[in-house]
Design a protein around this ligand. Structure first.
Ligand code: NDP
Ligand code: 8X3
Length: 250
């Protein structure tokens, strides 16, 4: 039975991925900062599936917290077969000259350093066991830059570069690495980006049918279901109304 860790599973894509993968009977480790939400997701998975679930509350920006969380894993959860690096966020849509330094730090620390910290902590045992799969949630912003997207897009370009770097480094050890790069997905993402302004967030998804978190979960599930000798390296997925940064609205 596989042991899977999904970071940022308190909402959106991470929550949907954890719920989907847990249906296939695994040992599921879910993480996030919000204990109440994380425990509710864990409870839901326990009700709906036969999988064992372990919620771990920590901030991926803090290496010591990440390390303590990984070291706290009970013996039967220690050997992680799949790491889904999903925790991430965008903050603001300001042009660079009007950028908010704290927002920049938070995006870089979460989307880039958090992903690196978790990979550094989990990958050595994959290397030792010569098996494993790391799925990084990138974005169409890994390939394109849109007005005001500056730092967020830079972090997602970094996720793509790190995915390629991991693929190179882990090649001798039979570890798969995949970047899944979704376009617009209706989650809490825009509410977080616009700091709670729900009306502004809702506008992002008006006039077309965006992806939902479960669509991304389907693709993660597919990628993880392939035979041992097949590795999907990069997948760009958008709703039909989107191509690259352009969304056709009615
Ligand atoms: P949500 O806001 O719904 O979920 C984000 C998740 O990340 C939450 O579970 C949140 O948990 C977690 N998170 C954020 N900061 C931290 C942190 N410092 N430490 C630990 N966990 C953290 O957004 P999405 O589900 O949409 O986003 C998930 C990923 O998908 C992100 O990497 C995002 O960039 C990417 N993405 C999203 C797209 C979209 O259009 N929605 C498109 C392409 C990619 P908590 O607050 O409890 O810590
Ligand atoms: C999230 C999608 O278009 O805001 O990565 O970059 S977008």
């Amino acid at each position: 039975m596989r042991t899977i860790m999904v970071t940022g599973a308190t909402s959106g894509i991470g929550e949907a991925v954890a719920k989907r993968l847990a249906k296939k009977n695994c040992k599921m480790i879910i993480t996030g900062r919000n204990a109440e939400k994380l425990n509710a997701v864990a409870e839901n998975i326990r009700k709906e599936t036969k999988s064992e679930v372990l919620p771990l509350v920590f901030d991926v920006r803090n290496f010591e917290e990440c390390k303590n969380a990984v070291e706290s894993l009970p013996e039967n959860f220690k050997k992680i077969d799949v790491l889904v690096n999903n925790a991430g966020l965008a903050l603001g849509l300001n042009p660079l000259h009007d950028g908010d330094l704290a927002d920049w730090e938070q995006m870089i620390d979460t989307n880039v350093k958090g992903l690196l910290y978790m990979t550094k902590l989990i990958s050595p045992q994959m290397v030792e066991r010569r098996t494993g799969h790391i799925v990084n949630i990138g974005s169409t912003a890994s390939y394109e830059v849109y007005p005001g997207g500056n730092v967020y897009c830079a972090t997602k370009h970094a996720v793509l570069a790190l995915t390629k770097g991991m693929r190179e480094d882990f090649l001798p050890y039979g570890i798969k690495v995949t970047q899944i790069a979704p376009g617009a997905v209706e989650t809490n993402f825009s509410i977080v980006r616009f700091k709670g302004d729900k009306a502004r967030a809702d506008k992002v998804y008006e006039g077309y049918k965006p992806l939902v978190a479960e669509d991304v979960a389907d693709v993660v599930d597919y990628v993880l279901s392939l035979p041992e000798h097949i590795c999907l390296n990069e997948i760009v997925m958008t709703c039909t109304a989107q191509y690259n940064g352009v969304i056709h609205k009615n």
